[in-house]
Design a binder for this molecule. Structure first.
Ligand SMILES: [Zn+2]
Length: 71
């Protein structure tokens, strides 16, 4: 298994903090906010999940590769 990232809508009640800027990733009514969720593997073992604001993931140079769209 290798690290990979998907991009998803931010849902109400989301409580994750962005791994890049540290700020909460908050749901906002009427805004189509998106977040990147990365499953991080090291030497084939799952380590953790990281969340990013979609724009922060790009600013961080997509550390886990391009985020895949997932509905
Ligand atoms: Zn951020």
């Amino acid at each position: 298994m290798i690290s990979r990232a998907v991009i998803r809508q931010v849902e109400p009640g989301n409580t994750a903090n962005c791994a890049h800027c540290g700020a909460p990733i908050k749901f906002a009514a009427r805004m189509q906010l998106r977040q990147v969720i990365a499953n991080v593997y090291r030497e084939g073992n799952w380590v953790r999940v990281e969340h990013y604001h979609a724009e922060c993931y790009d600013q961080a140079d997509q550390p886990y590769g391009p985020a895949a769209e997932k509905s």
